[in-house]
Write a protein that binds this ligand. Sequence first.
Ligand SMILES: Cc1cc2nc3c(=O)[nH]c(=O)nc-3n(C[C@H](O)[C@H](O)[C@H](O)COP(=O)(O)O)c2cc1C
Length: 299
Amino acid sequence: MMNTYSNIKIAYYSGTGGTELAAKSFQSRLETEGCICTIEKITDGMDHDQCDHGLLLLLFPVHAFNAPDAVYKWIDGLDTVKRISAAVVSVSGAGEVCPNTACRVSSIKRLTKKGYHVLYERMIVMPSNWVAPAPGPLPYLLMQALPKAVAQITSDLLLGICKKSKPFWFDRIFSMMGKLETFGGHYWGKRIKVLEHCTKCGWCVGHCPSGNITMLNGKPTFADQCHFCLKCIYGCPSKALEPGTCKFVVIQEGYCLQDISKKHPQDPQIPVKDLKAGLFWLGVKKYLVSLSSNQGGNK
Ligand SMILES: Cc1cc2nc3c(=O)[nH]c(=O)nc-3n(C[C@H](O)[C@H](O)[C@H](O)COP(=O)(O)O)c2cc1C
């Protein structure tokens, strides 16, 4: 393949690992295609690398129809550049549906202000990590579909294909309102409860993307900068963290992508298009159908 870009920077934010998996999958795919890739995980208060790439590939999970606030802060801290190409890939649990379609608008606006030319945007769907999992084999199928989505997007990027979406005004309003979730997240995170069987191992302290947890008198203590990513709750090795408020946001059975990958469906013969999915998961089904029919994704 004749590559449009040879030097690519991948920058990603991830809470529970779905976006990280996608970012690393892009890295290995792009390197296989002969590109030089640097990869950077977005965390609070990080320094920015020098800008010497031909394409910036930005990935983030959808949080309340938006990018997480840490991503906006990261973009705002970038140096201004002269028309470097950029691609924005959002990773959601529900797919390219209303009002998720507007989730890339603010990050694209901010990148444009910094001098980036955003010529490509797409949605990848991964198993949802909040409220409820998608029904039946959908989470497993999403894990299986990731390499195909990555291969399609990589091919589009290297061929110089442009893809931009035009979200409906209604979705934009929802997305703007969704930004209030940042403050809700700060409040929610401060109220996470540490249960008695906490082993004080410090896993949560070391893995929190916002550095919001510190060990105080041998007990994890939560400040007010929580990103609402749920990593600490799902990842705690002794399951000793529990939301103090709005418990419904956490999936009761837990969330582990490795486990989901192993949950092979009982009857894998049913074609994706015939699988039952409630109204809420229609975007997931549409995404899987589009990948299985090789038509080039969800938009
Ligand atoms: C606080 C919060 C808000 C979310 N909001 C949305 C949303 O608006 N739309 C959606 O489709 N998925 C939403 N999700 C699901 C995530 O986008 C999805 O599970 C993603 O794969 C998580 O990526 P990560 O594992 O890299 O953190 C939300 C998840 C969290 C924790």
